[in-house]
Design a protein around this ligand. Structure first.
Ligand SMILES: C[S@@+](CC[C@H](N)C(=O)[O-])C[C@H]1O[C@@H](n2cnc3c(N)ncnc32)[C@H](O)[C@@H]1O
Length: 403
């Protein structure tokens, strides 16, 4: 192996690495890392080796990710393959021990940085595995990753392993594919908490079910009482709607702007004959429009679930979810029964849980709405988070109880 270049990094990056943050973002230092080198040794202010980095010169924003802060780094790099295998084994073992995830066929086998595998997310989807690279660094380790998975899970066949490049840059926004087998089945069903869902690996960037929300879905069962009326805003393919129906809700209304996702949701209901489809109503329109229409009909719900995209556009201007919550709270309140509850989510690392909570409290005050802040929701179980790394802790939810 060639000698790994030692490069100075930005003073802020030095501080961040010391506090456990695993990213080096684009700046005048990282933009000068030698492009051909896949590993870089970051040097501190006194030019002492600080960390071994995985380099990704093509990434728009995250130029390198910390692999190790334990010197000697030349040796760490020489043993890289063995370390990848060991970290994968450890992550898989952790999931095998988690009883909570045994009720679902979808869970994360690795969750990137929080499993010490920066930018490497592996999803188990029934008898398949979807390997997501958030950095192109991992491209050259495809076969090591695949072999390690199949050593531990020999039931996973070659044709059921999918690779997907994801990330901020357009080049990384690719569909999962495996060139070797054009006839592979990309559509299948999997089970979560006794419900079947249609998964599509090959047709869209989104596969039809958010696994990072699974543990939260499970938690929400305590809020869905028999015969409750549930409104699911920004429903996507309906995971919360099906779950509410399964738990005995007497009426479930799902709202999504996308006809494609509403159709997918209907297909998901069809996959579960025990669900009473006549108790479900789909509204293919904006949440705003649906809330207006439901208010006009004088409808009331016991539980409203609201999970908007982090920002959305009406064709003219972009609005962030956090900003749109003021208007949303007012409109949701108008269709929430007395003593009803709302579960509101925010899906961005740019606003932390405390800021989200404070902003919501301020809005409630301004709107003169009386609510108690209840349970806080966040990533958990198979989706761990890392202290000092807010980017990995993007999902937050609050239960609001009407007083
Ligand atoms: C983050 S996903 C919701 C995921 C879903 N709650 C789940 O758990 O599976 C956001 C969804 O909002 C929909 N959407 C975006 N803008 C919307 C709007 N203004 N009104 C209603 N739905 C919208 C998108 O089509 C997408 O399905």
């Amino acid at each position: 192996m060639n000698k790994i270049p030692e490069c100075p990094i930005h003073p802020v990056s030095i501080k961040l690495i010391r506090s456990g943050h695993p990213w080096i973002t684009a700046d005048s230092f990282s933009n000068r890392f030698p492009r051909q080198s896949s590993f870089i040794v970051a040097a501190d202010e006194r030019r002492r080796p600080l960390a071994l980095l995985l380099h990704d010169p093509f990434h728009k924003n995250v130029k390198a990710r910390v692999w190790s802060t334990r010197a000697p780094f030349e040796r760490e790099a020489q043993h890289f393959t063995a370390s990848v295998q060991a970290r994968l084994d450890l992550a898989f073992e952790k999931r095998d021990k988690q009883k909570e995830i045994s009720e679902r066929e979808n869970y994360y086998l690795t969750f990137g940085e929080a499993d010490q595998l920066p930018g490497l997310f592996i999803l188990r989807l029934k008898d398949r595995v979807l390997i997501q690279f958030y950095t192109a660094f991992w491209n050259r380790y495809k076969s090591i990753i695949q072999t390690t998975i199949q050593e531990i899970y020999p039931e996973i066949l070659d044709e059921n392993i999918w690779f997907q490049l994801r990330g901020e840059t357009k080049e990384l926004q690719k569909l999962p594919k495996n060139e070797s087998d054009p006839n592979r089945r990309d559509e299948f069903h999997l089970q979560e908490f006794g419900l079947q869902y249609l998964i599509r690996l090959g047709s869209s960037y989104d596969i039809g079910l958010y696994t990072d929300m699974s543990s939260i879905r499970h938690t929400l069962q305590d809020l869905i009482a028999q015969d409750s009326k549930v409104l699911n805003l920004y429903s996507y393919t309906g995971a919360f709607s099906l779950w509410a129906m399964k738990l005995g809700a007497s009426e479930v209304v799902s709202v999504d702007l996308s006809p494609k996702y509403i159709e997918w949701l209907q297909q998901n209901i069809g996959l579960n004959p025990e669900l009473k489809s006549e108790q479900h109503e789909a509204m293919t329109m904006s949440a705003d429009e649906a809330l207006g229409s439901l208010k006009g009909q004088n409808r009331k719900f016991d539980l409203i679930i609201c999970d908007p995209p982090s920002s959305s556009s009406d064709g003219e201007k972009r609005t962030s979810a956090i900003k749109s919550y003021k208007e949303l709270l007012k409109k949701m309140d108008a269709v929430l029964s007395s003593e009803g509850k709302m579960v509101i989510f925010l899906n961005t690392h740019q606003v932390n849980a405390q800021k989200f909570e404070r902003t919501i409290q301020d809005y409630l005050k301004e709107l003169n709405l009386k609510y108690k802040l209840g349970l806080k929701l966040s990533l958990s179980q198979d989706c761990p988070t890392l202290k000092g790394f807010p980017e990995g802790n993007y999902l937050k939810g609050i239960v609001l109880e009407k007083l």
